[in-house]
Design a protein around this ligand. Structure first.
Ligand SMILES: Cc1cc2nc3c(=O)[nH]c(=O)nc-3n(C[C@H](O)[C@H](O)[C@H](O)COP(=O)(O)OP(=O)(O)OC[C@H]3O[C@@H](n4cnc5c(N)ncnc54)[C@H](O)[C@@H]3O)c2cc1C
Length: 387
């Protein structure tokens, strides 16, 4: 029980959202013998989240529905979210003085709209020892763990690793734990076709079909390729796909194009397409197909009609690379097969726990990646408090 653990020393390696939340949950359970190691500034990685506003969760209160937003980790997260989901997250933030609100699109932010404010509330509440040292090695001993930093060596009974997705995997690999290669998720995508002339043009409700599912969201053309919420989702789903690969986008839903051509026979084709998509994109597509943009609709023959229609409802784009954009999340990390989802403990190394982005879990934009931190931090802290 928590009482017996008072004599145990607990190290948390990495003071990002996951590590700091784990420390706070332990503290709330009455466990105080905690040291957090951080090589940079404590909870600094929270500052840029949500463009400085900290999109800390998403208003999906059904744990299975919530887990669907994680291309890696969905099934693993069932038990984690069933114990600590969005409601528990909001209660937790309320308990440290962070009031929240939900945007119409479901994204949850602090009322202060300030990740700086959330960070301050966290750090004000944290009472544990903060050690500003980079951890170089973690070693399993007969009893407990040895932690080596640039400055010293330390001994702990329990270790939580929460170094995020950008801290490398050496610490974990040295412990003999299997890892999945890391790669970027949630990025803009570089295309083989040059869309720079359309840079800045955005489209609402573009659809992308994957299996039986259709994802619809907004798209933005950039000087190097394509970006926007739809593209972040696609980049996340295909985070591990070998480049180049092709995607097929629907700028408009299926419709009777011939009927529109007939009804607008004296209109020019560019203006007709401009009723469905931005005129600049209409011009781009027509030029690409070598169709005269001033041609009148009645001059569009069957072959041209079919080509234009295909480009509207099923436009193929070759993806050749990733472009780090706003929110960069890492896919890969600790292989989930190594971890017990009921405790976040490593199956082969007792009293070694993991939480946050170091795990092979990553979600879409919208608060899902921070939710992974809060929930896995809670489950690990709860298991440690009940050792
Ligand atoms: C620009 C940006 C915006 C984002 N916005 C959002 C958002 O609005 N909503 C959302 O849900 N997600 C967002 N994310 C993702 C989210 O920030 C991360 O998923 C989250 O920070 C991961 O938390 P973590 O604690 O697991 O790891 P991290 O935040 O990476 O923290 C790990 C900590 O460990 C430290 N560390 C690493 N190695 C060592 C070592 N060897 N010794 C000591 N310390 C070490 C690091 O310095 C770091 O402080 C955003 C990401 C970015 C980059």
């Amino acid at each position: 029980m928590a009482q017996e653990l008072i004599s145990k020393r607990i190290a948390i390696v990495g003071a990002g959202p996951a590590g700091c939340a784990c420390a706070l949950f332990l503290q709330k359970s009455g466990v105080n013998n905690i040291a957090i190691f951080e090589s940079k500034d404590f909870l600094k990685t929270l500052l840029p989240t949500g463009g400085g506003r900290c999109n800390l969760a998403f208003a999906e209160f059904d744990f299975k529905e919530l887990a669907k937003n994680y291309p890696r980790g969905e099934k693993f997260l069932y038990s984690v979210f069933s114990r600590f989901g969005v409601k528990e997250t909001l209660d937790f933030f309320d308990s440290i003085g962070v009031k929240t609100y939900t945007q119409p699109n479901g994204r949850i932010f602090p009322v202060s709209n300030s990740s700086k404010d959330v960070r301050q509330k966290f750090l004000k509440t944290l009472k544990c020892e903060l050690v500003k040292e980079k951890v170089l090695k973690i070693e399993k001993l007969d009893s407990g763990y040895k932690i080596e930093t640039e400055k010293s060596k330390y001994f702990f009974d329990v270790v939580v690793i929460s170094i995020g997705g950008h801290g490398g995997l050496d610490l974990v690999k040295n412990l003999g734990i299997n890892t999945i290669d890391q790669t970027q998720s949630l990025s803009a995508l570089k295309t083989s076709k040059d869309f720079s002339i359309l840079s800045g043009v955005s489209l609402k409700n573009v659809s992308f079909k994957i299996g039986k599912e259709i994802i619809t969201d907004d798209l933005l053309f950039t000087h190097k390729g394509i970006s926007g919420p739809l593209i972040y989702k696609i980049s996340s789903i295909f985070a591990r796909k070998t480049m180049p690969y092709n995607i097929c986008l629907s700028f408009v839903e299926d419709f009777d194009f011939q009927n529109h051509l007939d009804k607008n026979s004296k209109k020019n084709i560019k203006n007709l397409l401009g009723e469905f998509i931005p005129k600049s994109l209409a011009e781009f597509l027509l030029n690409d197909l070598e169709v005269d943009e001033t041609a009148l609709c009645h001059q569009i023959n069957g072959k041209m009609r079919d080509l234009i229609y295909k480009n509207l409802v099923s436009y193929e784009i070759e993806i050749v690379g990733k472009i780090p954009d706003s929110e960069v999340v890492i896919s890969g990390g600790v292989d989930l097969k190594e971890i017990n989802p009921k405790t976040m403990e490593c199956k082969k190394l007792p009293q070694l726990y993991f939480c946050g982005e170091i795990l092979d879990i990553d979600g879409f934009c919208g608060g899902f990646n921070l939710q992974n931190c809060w929930s896995t931090a809670f489950v690990s802290a709860d298991a440690i408090a009940n050792l």
